[in-house]
Design a protein around this ligand. Structure first.
Ligand code: NAD
Ligand code: TYD
Length: 334
C-alpha cells in the first residue's frame, strides 16, 4: 500500500511506519509538524529506506496536507497526529483543540476530495473511566479531560464524514501504549528514566489507578488489521492483555532497574483523574489480530531499550523537558 501517515514522527506513528516499511513493503510518507514529541531520531533505522519520505507540516495546514498527498499519492491516510499528554491538556488545552478538531477536519476534507480511505487513531479515554467491567465499541462516550474530549470530538467528526459523505473511514481506539521511543512525560518512560537517574518517582494520589497496557508494536499491528480488513464506518478497540495498578507498574520498574522503593513519592493527584480504563478487543480479534507481547516481557525489554538508548533520551532530558518537569512536578530533575 501507499500510505500517508500523519503524526508518524511520534511514538506510535513511527512504530507503525517501521512495521509497514519492514514487514509489509508499503510506501510510507510521514506528514508531521515535529512538536516537542515528534522527532526525526525516531526514523533512525529507516530514514534511508527509498520507500520512506518525510514532509514537515501541520495537519491543520491545508497546503501542507495537499502537498503531502501530491507527493505520496496515497491509497489511505492514517492519522496519528495529536497532542497526547493529559497533564499538558489540563495546563494548556489550546493546541489540543486546534490539532484534534481543525486538523482532523482538514484531513477528512482532503480524504474526501482525493477519494482516500481514512483511519483515525483514537484512544480508550473517549469512553471515560470504568470501575468494573470493560468498554466495548458500543459504550457511551464520556471523556473527562481536554485531551480525551477533543479526541472524542475528532472521532465524532470522522463518523459524520462516513454518514454524511460516505467517506470510507474507520476508527481504531487503543489502550495505554508502552515501548521504545515513548516521550518520557508518560508514566512508564518517566519512571524508567527517573529510576535510572536516582530521581524521585512521582506517583499521583494513591497509585491505585488502573491502566490496560498494550505494547506499541501490538497496537501498530492492530491498526494494520483495521486498515486492511476493517469495515468502513466501524470502530475497533485494541486493548492490551493486562491491567495493572500504577503503583504495581512502578514497583516492577524499581525491580528491573535496581532502584529503591524509597524513591517513590506520592504527589498531588491529577485533577479529574480517570480511575480505570479497560477495553474489550473482541471485534478486532475477529479480524485476525491478537496481542503478542505480555506486559512482563514487554516492560523488561522496554527498560533495556531505555538503558541502552541514551542517544535517544539525553537530548530530551537536557532540553525543554527539564522546564516542563519543573512546572509539572515543582522540582528539578537530577
Ligand atoms: P506522540 O505525542 O508521541 O506523537 C504525536 C505526533 O503527532 C508527534 O510526532 C507530533 O509532532 C505530531 N503532531 C502533533 N500535532 C500535530 C499537528 N498539528 N500536525 C502534524 N503533526 C502533529 O503520540 P503517540 O503516543 O504516538 O500517539 C499517537 C496517536 O495514538 C494519538 O492520536 C493518540 O491519541 C493515540 N493513542 C495514544 C496512546 C498512548 O498510550 N500513547 C493510546 C491510545 C491512542
Ligand atoms: P499517562 O502515562 O500520562 O497516561 P494516561 O493519563 O493517558 O493514562 O499516565 C498513566 C497513569 O499514570 C495515569 O493514571 C496517571 C499516572 N501517572 C503518575 O502517577 N505519575 C506520573 O508522573 C505520570 C506522568 C502519570
Amino acid at each position: 500500500m501507499r500510505l500517508l501517515v500523519c503524526g508518524g514522527a511520534g511514538f506510535i506513528g513511527s512504530t507503525f511506519t517501521r512495521l509497514r516499511l519492514q514487514d509489509h513493503g508499503d510506501e510510507v510518507t510521514v506528514l508531521d509538524k515535529l512538536t516537542y514529541a515528534g522527532r526525526e531520531e525516531n526514523f533512525h533505522d529507516f530514514a534511508e529506506n527509498p520507500a520512506f519520505r518525510f514532509v514537515l507540516g501541520a495537519i491543520e495546514d491545508r497546503e501542507a496536507v495537499a502537498a503531502a498527498i501530491e507527493l505520496a499519492a496515497p491509497e489511505a491516510i492514517v492519522n496519528f497526529a495529536a497532542e497526547t499528554h493529559v497533564d499538558r491538556s489540563i495546563a494548556e488545552p489550546d493546541a489540543f483543540v486546534r490539532t484534534h478538531a481543525l486538523g482532523t477536519y482538514v484531513l477528512l476534507e482532503a480524504a474526501r476530495e482525493s477519494d482516500l480511505r481514512y483511519l483515525q487513531v483514537s484512544t480508550d479515554e473517549v469512553y471515560g473511566s470504568i470501575e468494573v467491567g470493560t468498554f466495548t465499541e458500543e459504550s457511551p462516550l464520556r471523556p473527562s479531560s481536554p485531551y480525551s474530549a477533543t479526541k472524542t470530538g475528532a472521532d465524532l467528526l470522522v463518523e459524520s464524514y462516513f454518514h454524511t459523505y460516505g467517506l470510507p473511514s474507520v476508527i481504531c481506539r487503543g489502550s495505554n501504549n508502552y515501548g521504545p521511543y515513548q516521550y518520557p512525560e508518560k508514566l512508564i518512560p518517566l519512571m524508567i528514566l527517573n529510576a535510572l537517574h536516582s530521581d524521585s518517582l512521582p506517583v499521583y494520589g494513591d497509585g491505585m489507578q488502573v491502566r490496560n497496557w498494550i505494547h506499541s508494536t501490538d497496537f501498530a499491528r492492530a491498526i494494520g488489521y483495521v486498515l486492511e480488513h476493517g469495515v468502513p464506518g466501524e470502530v475497533y478497540n485494541a486493548g492490551g492483555p493486562e491491567e495493572e495498578a500504577n503503583i504495581d507498574v512502578v514497583r516492577r520498574i524499581i525491580e528491573l532497574t535496581g532502584a529503591s522503593e524509597s524513591q517513590i513519592e506520592h504527589v498531588t493527584d491529577r485533577p479529574g483523574h480517570d480511575r480505570r480504563y479497560s477495553l474489550s478487543s473482541e471485534k478486532v480479534r475477529a479480524l485476525g489480530w491478537a496481542p503478542q507481547v505480555r506486559f512482563e516481557e514487554g516492560l523488561a525489554a522496554t527498560v533495556e531499550w531505555y538503558r541502552d538508548s541514551s542517544w535517544w533520551w539525553e537530548p530530551i532530558r537536557s532540553g525543554d523537558y527539564r522546564r516542563y518537569y519543573e512546572r509539572q512536578y515543582g522540582r528539578s530533575l537530577g
